[in-house]
Design a protein around this ligand. Sequence first.
Ligand code: SF4
Ligand code: SF4
Length: 446
Amino acid sequence: MAEALKRAAALGAEKTIGELKQAGLRDRDYENLLTGRRLQAHAQLAGKGKRVVCDCVDREPGLGIQRHLLAREAGLVAEGALIAAFVTSSFDVVVHVAEDDAKGAGAVAAALERFRAACALGKDMMIETVRRPLRPNLKGYEDVPTLVVDGETLTHIGRILRDGADHYRLQGTPGSPGTKLFQVSGSVNQTGIFELALGLTLRRVIEDVCGGIKDGDRLQSVIVGGSKGACYAPDELDLVLDFDSVRESGGVIGSGGIAVLNERDCIVDQVKARIAVACNVDCGKCSLGREGSYQLREIVADMTRGKSRSGDLEMLREVGQAMQVGCACGAGRTTPNIILSTLEKFPDDYEAHMKRRLCRALVCEQYVTFHILPDLCDGCGVCAERCPEDAIEGGTKKIHVIDQDSCTKCAKCYEACLDLRKAVVKAGPIKPRTPKKPIPAGSWGA
Ligand code: SF4
Ligand code: SF4
């Protein structure tokens, strides 16, 4: 126990940082800077009032990599946190855990105490595990010079000190050594969180790790990197998943999310959801990041609401490109990745939403209407019972009819009939023929 800590204590701060540099460890965040260099820069700051914040919070809906780490490797996170504080002469360690992850917070707090007792190194430090939101300012947290290191990077600090830099470099690529946790979702046979050596291709992840595309689905695209990532077309699956290759392709490995999309997914809707998340994740410190992400979010949301203006596509490109070079931090600079990559690869989907008011995947509410197919409806009445707007007219054994003026497109009738007769369908510009008023079931077309 505490092997990594004991080795760091034996090596001393300078040599420990040297070991991390030799291992080529890079942060598992949006910027992927060399961790050893960042630790060294923090160590060189004068004064004792320094802090290390260990960021163990998943900020993107549906992603749970930090939670996964705390459930399985709280000890390594704790060791990495204490080593980071030791080598930077920071006497204040704050481990930030998601508000609802009491179990993870308990596990890491217990590990920190265990290690402090086992190794002299952490004895004088102030250590706190918090689940409340932390508010950074330009100087750090609460005006104290602060180094933020994410939980996954901390586990790698622990491993490198435990096993040595040379052993660490056995996995990954020369520029991106080691492994990374990826969370794969969507149209693959095996979804989940996987720890993979950096340098695999996207194709190998989908085919070998996740068992291929689900039967019956057609691969439409893959979004790599969560809300900050880029979108890749099916002919780009040879993308190598290391920090530099992904960055050169216009994306970032970022949170490690990989979403595999099929033809039922709408690209513009996916972009809208991710930009909305990015707006919440961004720190808001620079005005270009703040205003730019707000503008991107509103323009894309308007496209899905039938409120596009001419020039919107140019505006998205201009704002996105300006953010990529002008934002103060990596989080802001990566926000437009998803927009710029999809504009380049899927321009027709944007055009269809803007000019033809068409969502081919029938996802964007504004461009979809719900209808009941008269030859399938048996008049069971379940959809009418579920409709919160009383928008479905029917009667016993009558073909039911949706009043389009009252329908708010909540899809409850669609879901209700899915397991019954699949009589409720979504339609785009071409609508199915339906009776105007309920008529006896089975009489349509007779
Ligand atoms: S649409 Fe479906 S749920 Fe509604 S009455 Fe017809 S069969 Fe029943
Ligand atoms: S989509 Fe919702 S509001 Fe519209 S008819 Fe169906 S249940 Fe009613």
